[in-house]
Design a protein around this ligand. Structure first.
Ligand code: FMN
Length: 456
């Protein structure tokens, strides 16, 4: 346990993100068949405005959208299972939902996943500035490097970039973004001086003159400064190279580790790496995923858990997991133990099932476990029992908050907000986020810290 954990959590209040996807299935494959499930309405704007209202009512900091490019075609060597089982396909771009969700809410933030491998930083900088303007500073950027080979071919590349090379490109990508967001337009560049017929002062709008290995971007940025300039930065790297990237750039890190001890070690490691990058290690916040299944009584919660388990589509789960680990799990005997590999895809998912001291996982066990939220712990019980687990992680392990994963949509989040949130509030763990922008309400600061590479 770290000193931080022994002293109590790094944050004064628990942070909550609702982890979701603009798709039928996200991380609980098969759940679209649950009675009353609404996930087939993912392309309906009203579904999402309702989600935003519910999450805001529950004091969530943000609705967090995962996103992928490409199709899960590793399992069985083809895309049939992914399409049949709606494995993150079909999906829509999450960014376009944000203005509609912002319109019906006041404070909640929105984290949008975008890939540094399949976008151009000049274009992406403009998209996030636009969203930051339209939401009055309520957006976050979840920086991913993308893991599906199938994305590369569709976007004009012969092959997916190698794992570490993707992070090298991402480093340069971030440099370009920081220059565009932070350095291109001075705060008072827009003067709107009608008498002088001057809208913006050209002396205060600068080119960035970036010439690098992957990008040449002269600038300037096309957007004037938005409330946050740089959106809040999330990241989820878990490999050695991924951790380096997160330690340098992330303000909040998505944790995917198999046990309390592993989470504690991961946080200590990232903080040490952040310090080596000249950053204050306490500026990093940590959010593990969690799958709460709650009922008014234990029996009700257990009954829901049983129904959710019955809905798991094992083949669909294996298609998802095969994409995550870049290994065709259809080729393995279901009773074979999963062995540790170094993957070109998501190392954290491999580690979750192969770095456990106290148990080994067979393919069948992985499929059963990962059917509800993939790698995150599933917590089943009454509001008090679920709140106990949240409190333990917050106070004893020292995490800052959680990415709450859904099974039934939108019942999972409604249950959580109606049953667990009052209990968390009662215990003084949860308070409504305060602050004009997402960064202010989640981290208590207006801009990036001075020692962050975006400020330097
Ligand atoms: C909890 C979690 C959530 C992730 N969400 C996404 C996502 O929505 N889209 C995506 O392309 N990658 C996602 N990733 C992948 C990571 O961003 C990263 O690209 C991947 O973990 C490879 O880096 P690593 O080997 O350092 O872990 C996620 C990873 C984790 C552990």
């Amino acid at each position: 346990m770290t000193d931080d954990a022994e002293d109590g959590a790094a944050s004064d209040r628990l942070r909550l993100n609702l982890f979701t996807m603009n798709a039928v299935e996200h991380v609980s494959v098969g759940s679209w068949r649950l009675p009353g499930d609404q996930s087939h309405r993912y392309s309906d704007r009203e579904y999402w405005t309702d989600v935003a209202r519910t999450a805001e009512r529950g004091g969530f900091d943000a609705v967090f959208f995962a996103d992928v490019r490409g199709i899960y075609d590793v399992f069985g060597g083809d895309r049939e299972t992914a399409i049949e089982k709606a494995v993150q396909t079909p999906s829509n771009d999450p960014a376009y939902l944000i203005p509609a969700m912002a319109e019906v809410t006041d404070d909640i933030g929105f984290a949008v996943t975008k890939s540094t491998s399949y976008n151009h930083p000049y274009q992406l900088a403009r998209e996030f500035s636009t969203l930051d303007h339209l939401t009055d500073g309520r957006v976050a950027f979840n920086v991913v490097t993308s893991y599906l080979e199938s994305a590369a071919a569709n976007l004009g590349y012969d092959d997916r970039l190698d794992h570490d090379e993707r992070y090298d490109r991402a480093d340069e990508f971030m440099d370009v973004l920081y220059a565009l967001w932070e350095d291109s337009w001075e705060d008072d560049a827009v003067v709107r001086d009608e008498d002088a017929a001057t809208f913006s002062d050209p002396e205060k709008v600068h080119g960035i003159d970036h010439e690098g290995e992957h990008f040449d971007v002269p600038g300037p940025h096309s957007a004037e400064p938005s409330p946050q300039r740089t959106p809040v930065l999330y990241q989820a790297g878990s490999s050695d190279r991924g951790r380096e990237f997160a330690a340098e750039h992330a303000e909040a890190v998505f944790v995917s580790q198999p046990s309390d001890d592993a989470v504690v070690d991961y946080m200590a490691d990232l903080r040490e790496r952040a310090a080596a990058h000249g950053r204050d290690p306490d500026d990093l916040a940590f959010f593990p995923g969690i799958v709460p299944i709650v009922g008014e009584t234990e029996a009700i919660a257990e009954a829901k858990h049983d129904a959710y388990r019955d809905a798991i589509d094992t083949e669909g789960v294996l298609a998802l997991m095969s994409g995550f680990v870049d290994m065709d799990l259809s080729e393995l005997d279901p009773d074979q133990e999963l062995e540790h590999i170094e993957t070109e895809a998501i190392q954290g998912v491999v580690n979750a099932f192969t770095s456990n001291d106290d148990r080994d996982w067979t393919v069948r066990e992985v499929a059963e476990f990962a059917g509800l939220g993939t790698t995150s712990p599933v917590v089943v019980g009454t509001p008090e029992q679920v709140a106990d687990v949240f409190e333990h992680w917050f106070h004893d392990v020292g995490v800052d908050g959680f990415n709450v994963k859904e099974v039934a949509r939108p019942d999972s989040v409604r249950d959580f907000v109606d049953l667990v949130v009052p209990e968390l509030r009662e215990r003084g763990l949860l308070a409504d986020p305060e602050g004009e922008t997402l960064r202010e309400s989640t981290f208590g600061r207006r801009g990036l810290p001075d020692d962050h590479p975006g400020s330097r």
